[in-house]
Ligand binder design. Structure first.
Ligand code: NZQ
Ligand code: ZN
Length: 389
């Protein structure tokens, strides 16, 4: 295991009706004028925004609103949010929604106290200061409610890029599993896929002696394999929703990733798909991740065989561990198919002729490699996209 520091100070409030205490937590974490930032309408239709407003009023907290965050959130609304916050003297952002609303809120929070263009942070400049961000989560998926990361798409050139900093980790996050019961089956499945992908990105490592985090990851994957199909079939199943919601946080606040090198190539390869075709991030991962696994399994076939046996219940073939590894990858694909995820470019609406363009963007024109477990060059990324056809 490698040396590490771990500091993850988000205050989590988990359970039924807790969104009605949003005002209390805003006050507790120092907010007096809030921007409520949310998406395309689900939170209004469900009455959630109304309840959050009531709770702020009860605590005497004034607020402005900025709706309209799109999945794969765009820079245009971030600029609007920064202007609005400055004009209104906002001192805390409250994101109500999923990863997209939260990531957009984080970008606004970093942009308000900064003199330059907020996009600098998504081009590598470290974020040192930001307004505090609170969240009311409505979809278990991205893990942004507990992470210091934000992913934004710049409309000009449709560039999807991430920024990471302790300054944008939410100060509090309200997780009420009931709020996820209105999710369509497809979005639920996209969320489950993203959660599993965050676990796999950490699982495939070259670091030795990481049994504790290996076992944590395997446990969370097993929970997803058990609870995922239940939530897809029974949207109102509180138990399944609750387990998935907490797993989504655990999968990405890095408690499972400390002390080990991580990969993240599949995410970088996927981001070009969701930028180009505006598909759901989880759906893009369902297509890319099994292909990445097939392409790289020979790098450490025993690690792939290990997950196949411990998580997918395959029987190890010591004479031919590659066979076991492949069986595990196939079991993952079958699971994804079973919850309604796409498995190919065609199902996603992606086109073969765009492969060189996307591989170029993912590797900065071939100038950099992606991935920690295996360093992938532009040609490798192209080959992985081709395995998705
Ligand atoms: O906009 P509304 O109307 O709310 O609809 C949303 C949206 O269409 C809908 N939805 C959310 N909660 C709902 C609901 N519909 C009914 N009932 C509910 N309770 O679901 C759709 C997807 O929402 P979105 O916020 O886009 O989902 P998700 O949480 O998957 O976020 C995806 C974004 O997060 C980024 C992705 O790249 C993508 O841009 N990621 C962020 C990360 C981070 N910050 O740490 C890490 C991830 O790997 C990921 O890259
Ligand atoms: Zn993800």
């Amino acid at each position: 295991m490698e040396n590490f520091t771990f500091y993850s100070p988000t205050y989590f409030v988990f359970g039924k009706n807790e969104e009605n205490n949003a005002g209390h937590y805003v006050k507790r974490f120092g907010g007096s004028k809030v921007l409520i930032h949310y998406g395309g309408g689900s939170a209004v239709r469900s009455g959630l925004i109304g309840r959050v407003e009531e709770s702020l009023k009860k605590e005497g907290i004034s607020f402005a609103q900025l709706p309209g965050v799109k999945p794969n959130p765009r820079s245009g609304l971030v600029y609007e949010g920064i202007d609005l916050c400055r004009r209104e003297g906002v001192d805390m952002i409250l994101a109500v929604g999923g990863g997209s609303s939260i990531d957009s809120a984080k970008a606004i929070a970093a942009g308000v106290p900064y003199d330059g263009d907020f996009w600098d942070f998504y081009s590598g400049k470290p974020i040192e200061k930001a307004l505090p961000v609170g969240t009311v989560l409505t979809i278990a998926a991205a893990g942004s409610e507990g992470s210091g990361d934000s992913v934004i798409t710049k409309e000009e050139g449709m560039l999807k890029r991430g920024a990471g900093s302790e300054a944008i980790r939410p100060v509090f996050s309200i997780l009420n599993p009931e709020l996820t019961q209105t999710l369509p089956a497809y979005q639920t499945a996209c969320g489950i896929t993203d959660i599993m992908a965050h676990l796999f990105e950490r699982y495939f490592t070259n670091t030795k002696e990481v049994e504790t985090t290996d076992r944590m990851i395997e446990g969370l994957l097993l929970a997803m394999i058990h609870e995922g199909p239940v939530a897809v079939k029974e949207p109102d199943n509180y138990g399944a929703r609750a387990n998935i919601m907490w797993a989504g946080m655990m999968a990405h606040n890095n408690s499972c990733g400390v002390g080990r090198q991580q990969d993240w190539a599949s995410h970088e390869i996927e981001h070009e798909l969701s930028a180009k075709y505006d598909c759901a991030h989880g759906a893009g991962l369902a297509v890319v991740f099994p292909a990445w696994m097939k392409y790289n399994m020979k790098h450490d076939v025993m690690r792939f065989a290990q997950v196949a046996t411990r998580v997918w219940g395959c029987k190890i073939d010591f004479a031919d561990p590659e066979r076991t590894a492949l069986e595990g990858i196939e079991a993952f694909r079958n699971f994804l198919k079973g919850i309604g995820m796409p498995l190919t470019f065609a199902e996603l609406g992606a086109k073969e002729e765009d492969i060189p363009y996307m591989a170029g963007l993912a590797t900065d024109g071939g100038k950099r490699t992606v991935g920690g477990f295996v360093s992938l060059h532009k040609e490798d990324v192209e080959a992985i996209y081709r395995l998705c056809l």
